[in-house]
Design a binder for this molecule. Structure first.
Ligand code: SF4
Length: 243
């Protein structure tokens, strides 16, 4: 029946987590505490749904023609998928046998030795680097940036196709030196195919309230078009593709 994992939910026709039409699996459990998290209900592994890899593969197979037609595949996100490495590895291994493209959405806050076997079966990494300034990173996530930077360096070392994701939050992640630092860090990496600048939004705010968590960004607005453009231009000026 395959390895059992704890998931929050699945989305069968996702279009924002990797290329093409994707079968997206949201795992439960995350060691970060991002102030803007729109999936705070994925924070704890408790309360998730036990699901076997076999069950998931049966479902995934139904969408194979969509993947082929659109250049899509399977994405595992969360939460933090690398909190359940054997589960994710087995999903990806089975997808590879079926020639289905796999994407791993991660914060990179993980022991490299835990991640390595999963990466062997991962076609694309969506690496969320939530800031470059260590103080801002800590403020946003409540954890240290170092593991993520090591993870990014390793992806470059093994030449793993990677998209970098950066959430732009006014008055938090937007300082020019924070964005420039990130752009300079990744500009020489040959594996980075593009950068996605994701404008902050509050679509998850109601979940924080339901869960009784303190949402600290109540008064923060989404970035203006000018700020978004300015940020995108910083990445572009470092010869990075933004899309
Ligand atoms: S890494 Fe993702 S799931 Fe975890 S707290 Fe941050 S935004 Fe939420």
């Amino acid at each position: 029946m395959g390895t059992i994992g704890i998931i929050h939910s699945i989305e069968t026709c996702g279009t924002v987590d990797g290329p093409g039409i994707r079968f997206v699996i949201f795992t439960k459990g995350c060691p970060l505490r991002c102030l803007y998290c729109h999936n705070p209900d994925c924070r704890h592994i408790e309360g998730g749904k036990s699901t076997s890899v076999d069950e998931l593969i049966l479902e995934i197979k139904k969408y194979q023609s969509y993947f082929k037609y659109s250049g899509g595949g399977v994405t595992v996100t969360g939460g933090e998928p690398l909190m359940q490495p054997e589960f994710v590895q087995e999903i990806f291994q089975r997808c590879r046998e079926l020639e289905i493209h796999t994407a791993l959405d991660t914060s990179g806050y993980v022991n490299l030795n835990v991640a390595k076997p999963v990466l062997e079966y991962t076609d694309l990494v969506l690496l969320d680097i939530k800031s470059f300034d260590p103080k801002i990173y800590k403020k946003v996530t409540n954890v240290s940036i170092e593991p993520t930077l090591n993870f990014a360096r390793y992806l470059n070392e093994i030449n793993k196709p990677t998209w970098i994701r950066f959430v732009l939050v006014p008055d938090l992640t937007d300082p020019v030196n924070n964005v420039t630092g990130l752009a300079e860090f990744i500009e020489d990496f040959n594996n980075v195919e593009k950068v996605e600048v994701l404008p902050f939004h509050k679509m998850g705010e109601y979940k924080w309230e339901q869960l009784g968590y303190d949402y600290q960004l109540k008064t923060t607005e989404p970035p203006s078009n000018e700020l978004l453009e300015q940020t995108i231009n910083i990445f572009k000026s470092h010869n990075l593709v933004v899309g």
